[in-house]
Design a protein around this ligand. Structure first.
Ligand code: HEC
Ligand code: HEC
Length: 395
């Protein structure tokens, strides 16, 4: 086993522990309250949550702290964390785009193309599984090993030959010495990959978005227009069916929090492709199938949260839809019929398509109303909150 493989395994071991701990802490209490302590100790972390948001679940061996959040923020924005020094997490996750990157497909630090669209990170702490279609990535700590160490495709490009050098860039930086000491008090050598991972995960857990005009409307602090209200009603109707998969406070159907007892991890085929009528999606992008290898899982992906969807274009796992209008035309048709080119095939007839996706009679006004409603989910505070912004750019 190479050094890199051992390292990766050790890190995944760490993340594995996190997963187990999280599963065992089912007794952890939570509920709907505005501020909830993470532990009973003095000086404990206090969440600032919207009233209708549940308390997030946090791994027992990586408790929240202000110092860890601040360290994690620096690391998230630090390009020195990639092998060749060109990319940080933030290179593909921009705050003003709800932590997406505006590209159809992500591009790694060595120029290699990723087969998928960069995901938004708003409320990522509540996702049961992480990424577009991987039922085995259950913690932010575990997920992070992918952008750090993946070799196919390369994202940040850490490997056997550069991993020590990259950690040294952090170790020899005076600011980091102080930040790590504050975040991991008592540790002799706090600058480790395990602690880098813990700090970035802790920062990501603070990416909470719940102050959109829609949220203010729920709290009687803002009005929606007649068109937005019609869109909201349609969204929650059995006619349009959107709410089945984009449900609850986070507009998705894979949610975990402190008091979750049983987790459900549905993935759906929405009829985007049906290459040559075989049920296939483009090679290398077959969704859940890539992990389970079950034919019926071809084309199944996790329903994305729709919070801030106005600023996360282009859409879908492969960025193949440019606008929300295009997305609505697709749902109205009950799938996508591609008539020419290498991906030709009628997605409406995909044998794995969800029963909840079928032709919907939507007028042009209905579609405009739905788009207007989706745009009420934009949270401008979240997109501009200085606490989530690049600390290196701060005056
Ligand atoms: C090269 C661009 C790129 C870089 C760099 C990158 N990401 Fe991502 N990120 C993506 C893509 C693409 C996905 C979707 C991956 C998939 O579905 O396979 C993603 C998904 C995620 C997710 C899952 C979100 C969800 O809703 O499940 C998290 C969390 C995440 N990234 C965090 C990070 C962190 C932390 C870093 C830095 C250590 C990072 N990313 C670096 C492109 C990138
Ligand atoms: C059967 C479950 C299901 C239903 C019903 C459903 N969606 Fe989706 N939605 C998904 C899944 C899964 C994805 C991701 C698909 C992919 O990328 O392959 C998605 C993606 C989206 C996206 C793109 C999000 C992004 O960030 O790329 C939008 C917007 C959206 N849906 C809106 C709607 C609207 C509006 C409705 C009702 C007309 C609706 N959805 C009904 C499951 C569903």
């Amino acid at each position: 086993m190479s050094h890199g493989q051992r390292l990766k395994q050790a890190l995944l071991g760490l993340a594995g522990t996190v997963v187990v701990t999280a599963t065992l802490s089912l007794w952890g209490c939570g509920g709907n309250s505005v501020s909830v302590s993470d532990s009973t100790q003095a000086g404990a972390w206090v969440w600032a949550l919207p009233a209708n948001f549940p308390t997030p679940r946090v791994p027992a061996d990586n408790p929240m702290s202000e110092a860890k959040v601040e360290l994690g923020r620096f690391l998230f924005y630090d390009r020195r964390l990639s092998g060749n020094g060109t990319q940080a997490c933030a290179s593909c996750h921009h705050q003003d785009k709800a932590f997406t990157d505006g590209r159809a497909l992500a591009k790694g630090s060595t120029g290699e193309m990723h087969p998928r669209n960069s995901q938004g990170l708003a409320n990522v702490v509540y996702n049961t599984t992480l990424t577009w279609a991987n039922p085995s990535l259950l913690s932010l700590e575990a997920q992070m090993q992918v952008p750090l160490f993946s070799e196919a495709p390369v994202e940040l490009g850490l490997n056997d030959s550069n991993v020590n050098e990259v950690l040294n860039r952090v170790k020899t930086d005076a600011r980091y010495a102080a930040l790590f000491k504050a975040a991991f008090p008592g540790a002799d050598q706090p600058v480790t990959w395990g602690n880098v991972t813990r700090a970035i995960a802790t920062f990501q857990r603070t990416l909470i978005s719940g102050n959109s005009r829609y949220d203010q409307f729920l709290q009687n602090k803002a009005q929606l227009t007649a068109s937005e209200k019609r869109g909201l009603a349609l969204f929650n109707s059995e006619k349009a069916e959107c709410f089945h998969c984009h449900s609850g406070f986070n507009f998705n159907d894979q949610v975990v929090h402190a008091s979750t007892q049983v987790t459900d991890t549905p993935f759906h085929n929405t009829g985007l492709y049906n290459i040559g009528g075989t049920g296939n999606f483009p090679a290398g992008n077959q969704g859940l199938f890539e992990i389970t290898e079950r034919l019926a899982d071809r084309g199944k992906f996790r329903a994305q949260s729709l919070r801030n969807v106005e600023v996360t274009a282009p859409y879908m796992h492969d960025g193949s839809m440019a606008t929300l209008e295009e997305v609505l035309d697709f749902y109205a048709a009950g799938g996508r019929n591609i008539t020419s080119g290498p991906h030709a095939g009628d997605g409406r007839l995909n044998p794995n398509k969800s029963d909840l996706i079928s032709r919907i009679d939507l007028t042009a006004q209905d579609k405009a109303d739905l788009v207007a409603f989706l745009k009420t989910l934009t949270d401008h505070d979240f997109l501009t909150n200085p606490k989530l912004a690049n600390p290196f750019a701060a005056p």
